[in-house]
Design a binder for this molecule. Structure first.
Ligand code: F6P
Ligand code: MN
Length: 335
């Protein structure tokens, strides 16, 4: 079979469907190009002199790795001149990045986590890039953080790249989920997965168990039932996988099913979860729903959360539909 590049895929999508216009297509291509550059930098590892700390902190008080900063710079530089964006927001930047005046502005807002799973960078475990695209509100020419505060249901496109044994780009523009594998020799992303579907049922869960003592009661009870296995109320054994790079954990779930949970915990009451709504949870929720899965906060549909802060955190339950619904029901019942 002829291989289909990301470029060809996007042009054909644009021709066939109304949901993709020339600027959005350009945006996705530019993000994909930046992901190629990040993939190369990540792949060089110690040889590229890119491992270790950048000796700085981001807005959330997390120590930035050299590759966090480099990936952010690559994405900014690739995206600011094309004329397709009104502004850019990133996990690594306190405030949105304005498009320099010397370049034309477009109608889209781009948000990203430039390098997700940073704790895995120095140990040679999969990391990734997550992105989300929104429309700039009508009449706004100098977008501020407020203009980004739109619920996930308004996303026009979302995706991630996972830098693992192979580099894979996963994309949705609201008409199914597609995956592309980077052909390193040719330098292009090639379509390798069409209309990905997450199995509705699963026997695999992903959670950081070290936080167990801080979880709320419904969460304790839900995981307790999974751990009880065959002789417990669920009547089957569950397996656990935890990469600690959200991209890699979500990619596994997209491939073979599972439930990923980063719940609210009581360790630090000022933080209603670990993951960030706008550039981690929402894009993953969009992808997972488009693949037939579900994504909630444990209480409500994730993509319907009305954001109040660009960097706000949120509890995340996503993956196989039936399992996410079950876990969510525990919280809604309060028990
Ligand atoms: O970006 C946040 C992140 O790195 C996710 O990729 C991952 O799921 C999570 O943090 C792991 O955090 P922790 O080790 O604190 O559980
Ligand atoms: Mn992240």
């Amino acid at each position: 079979m002829k291989s289909i590049s990301l470029t060809r895929f996007l042009i054909e999508e644009q021709r066939e469907h109304q949901h993709l216009d020339a600027d959005l297509r350009l945006l996705i291509e530019v993000v994909a190009r930046a992901c190629k550059a990040i993939s190369i930098a990540v792949g060089k590892g110690a040889l590229g002199g890119v491992l270790g700390s950048a000796q700085s902190e981001n807005i959330q008080g997390e120590v930035q790795k050299k590759l966090d900063v480099l990936s952010n710079d690559i994405l900014l530089e690739a995206n600011e001149w094309g004329g397709h964006l009104a502004a850019i927001a990133s996990e690594e930047m306190d405030l949105p990045h304005a498009i320099p005046h010397r370049y034309p502005k477009g109608e889209y807002l781009l948000l990203f986590d430039p390098l997700d799973g940073s704790s895995n960078i120095d140990v040679n475990v999969s990391v990734g890039t997550i992105f989300s695209v929104l429309r700039c509100p009508d009449g706004v020419t100098e977008p501020t953080a407020e203009d980004f505060l739109q619920p996930g249901t308004r996303q026009l496109a979302a995706g991630y790249a996972v830098y693992g044994p192979s580099t894979i780009l996963v994309l949705t523009t609201g008409a199914g989920v597609y995956s592309f594998t980077l052909d390193r020799e040719v330098g292009s992303f090639v379509l390798t997965g069409r209309n990905l579907r997450i199995p509705e049922e699963t026997q695999e869960f992903a959670i950081n168990m070290s936080n167990q003592r801080h979880w709320e009661a419904p969460m304790q009870r839900y995981i307790g039932e999974l751990l009880a296995g065959k002789t417990g109320p669920r009547g089957k054994d569950f397996n656990m996988r935890w990469v600690a790079s959200m991209v890699a954990d979500v990619h596994r779930i997209l491939t073979r099913g599972g439930i990923f949970i980063y719940p609210r915990d009581l360790k630090d009451p000022s933080k209603p979860g670990r993951l960030r709504l706008m550039y981690e949870a929402n894009p993953m929720a969009f992808i997972v729903e488009q693949a037939g899965g579900a994504a909630t906060t444990g209480r409500e549909r994730l993509m319907e959360v009305m954001p109040t802060d660009l960097h706000q955190r949120v509890p995340v339950f996503l993956g196989s539909k039936k399992e996410v619904e079950r876990a969510t029901a525990f919280h809604l019942a309060g028990g």
